[in-house]
Design a protein around this ligand. Sequence first.
Ligand SMILES: C[S@@+](CC[C@H](N)C(=O)[O-])C[C@H]1O[C@@H](n2cnc3c(N)ncnc32)[C@H](O)[C@@H]1O
Length: 262
Amino acid sequence: MSIDLNNLSGEKLEELRLHDKVIAKKYDSIRERNKFSRYYQDYWLNKILDNLKSEPKKVLDYCCGTASLYPVLKNRFSQTEYTGIDISREMIKVGQHNYGNSKNFILHQQDAENLDLKNDFDVVIARGAFHHLPSPARGIEQIHKVLKPGGLLIISEPVSTVLHKLIRKIVYRLNSHFSATHKSFYFSELKSLLNDNGFEIMKVDRFGFLAFPFGFPDIFSFVKYFPCFFLKPLVEIDNLLAKIPFVKNLSWSIIIAARKID
Ligand SMILES: C[S@@+](CC[C@H](N)C(=O)[O-])C[C@H]1O[C@@H](n2cnc3c(N)ncnc32)[C@H](O)[C@@H]1O
């Protein structure tokens, strides 16, 4: 199953070009090979999966990229059927190359704002998805459509204070990994996005402080000069920061679990 490129807006074609031509190669050759980044990304994905209390039958990885969620999910829930969708053929190709022979592993090239899937998913996981979409509300509607009644949506997105927004604006403009159309959200915006579109928020976890940049050696190349042993304690410090009132609101990212209510 693939998408009709003639039906994509200019913004989406640019997103597709960016991921096909620049980012897929960097994920494959830098992010997923760097030891600390691999450790950090898996740690993050496991935090997301901590929201699942029992083995789901079917999980949708929404804007799956290179399907880095798949091995982490499989490690915890060996029988779950994994489906990933992404607009970029080259991102999908990396996932297909790495895990294509695995059982219960399905990838589709699809536009996240126009899903062509059955409505039988128990769980949808969307990490780093909504800030890429021209209409996050349209994206949420599509997820609502494919989730079973009472199904669980777990999102993880860049979250901002005014200061974060400014830093992100600069990085988005200067780094070839981003496009100026990429968004970052205030917590209140994410809350409204979910509550206004048929979801009830179950749990909110702040994620990513001092260790966060080290998870992205493809974006911040300086981080590769830091040794792993120095970085793991940073993750522990981050765990403490995430528990301190007010300070926790300075995180770079957030994990929100929400249940479909109507
Ligand atoms: C930051 S990456 C996140 C990838 C993956 N979820 C992860 O956690 O590693 C964002 C992904 O969104 C995809 N994407 C952007 N716009 C999309 C759209 N309209 N439909 C489907 N995928 C899209 C990109 O191709 C990219 O792979």
